[in-house]
Design a protein around this ligand. Structure first.
Ligand code: 13P
Ligand code: SF4
Length: 316
């Protein structure tokens, strides 16, 4: 059991200490855009799920500290069996990954043995091991196009992304019924009210949002694509229908523009992912200091999960 001394000396400059430990450990910090702004600022590299997987495949650091959620750190471990992969908090899961238990998924795909199995990267290593090819929100259309036209497809676990992709590609797919707790909480009614108040505002949405939101969006894309959109367009007001962590990079690139997090059905701060937000500077410091918590994985499982991941990475 992990019962290390978790006390941190009062007055310690965590930014300085993290830099020092990073150099001492030859560690790299990879962070997703849904992390707290402070964590985004200390990261060596930021990215969406695809970019972070690509960075994990290329690093020569001895230690990878992954500031995101568990499935992302597992992906880094699948690609780096000989490196130490750390996470600030082992409890940082993902509602979408949880919505697809491997035993139920195995029963499901066994019913359709002629189907190619595409899973979104937001899954456990066990589900990846049952997959033919993985995709992210950045490359899903390309991944689907890599499957022969006459081969039927199973897509899991996100039903909103799956339905969006059916429309984008014209391919029929059997879709698993999973959702993301953050992206399904946006309110169509409140967004329409906000759009009426800000008629010039551009609505940006992640494809994990419900169709009732996506149908009003001016642009739909991955976190990287949404951030890049705001930096490369002249409009000055944006409503952002994804986890609000992305706004940090948007403001950095375009401090003169206005970014409004999309309202939720309950008016709560539920557009912050509670899993992503478990990570803190304190936990990052402790992880680098103690080299824990570490991601470990059975080698057989790792090899089975590696195959569909490499197939995706080979598509570029
Ligand atoms: P991106 O790959 O677009 O960054 O999405 C990751 C994610 O978890 C969305 O909820
Ligand atoms: Fe998972 Fe949703 Fe959080 Fe992304 S935002 S990590 S899909 S729970």
């Amino acid at each position: 059991m992990y019962i290390e001394d978790q006390t941190i000396a009062p007055g310690l400059d965590l930014f300085e200490e993290i830099e020092r430990l990073k150099a001492e450990r030859n560690a790299v910090i990879l962070a997703h855009y849904y992390q707290d702004p402070d964590i985004q600022d200390i990261a060596d590299h930021l990215g969406d799920s695809l970019k972070l997987a690509q960075l994990a495949a290329q690093t020569d650091a001895d230690v990878i500290l992954f500031c995101g959620v568990l499935f992302m750190a597992e992906t880094a471990k699948i690609l780096n069996p000989d490196r130490i992969v750390l996470v600030p908090d082992l409890e940082a899961g993902c509602s979408l990954a949880d919505s697809c238990p491997p035993d139920l998924f195995k029963e499901y795909i066994d019913r359709y043995p002629d189907h190619a199995v595409i899973t979104y990267i937001n899954t456990t290593a066990e589900v990846k091991a049952l997959t033919d090819i993985i995709c992210t929100s950045s490359n899903a259309v390309r991944v689907i196009a890599s499957i022969p036209e006459d081969q039927p497809i199973i897509f899991a676990p996100d039903r909103h992304l799956g339905n969006y992709l059916v429309k984008q590609t014209g391919r029929e797919m059997k879709i698993w019924n999973g959702t993301c707790m953050v992206h399904e909480i946006f309110s169509e009614q409140e967004i329409l009210r906000l759009k009426a108040e800000h008629p010039e505002a551009v609505l940006l949405a992640h494809p994990e949002c419900d169709e009732t939101i996506l149908r009003h969006a001016d642009f739909i894309g991955s976190t990287t694509a949404i951030i890049a959109y705001t930096a490369s367009h002249d409009e000055t007001e944006y409503i952002v229908a994804t986890e609000e962590g992305v706004v940090h990079q948007m403001k950095k690139a375009s401090p003169e523009k206005t970014f409004i997090p999309a309202p939720t059905t309950t008016g709560c701060a539920c557009n912050q992912c509670p899993h992503m937000r478990r990570n803190t500077l304190e936990k990052i410091f402790l992880a680098l200091r103690d080299l824990k918590p570490e991601i470990t994985m059975d080698e057989g499982l790792r090899l089975r999960a590696l195959r569909p991941l490499e197939r995706m990475l080979a598509l570029g």
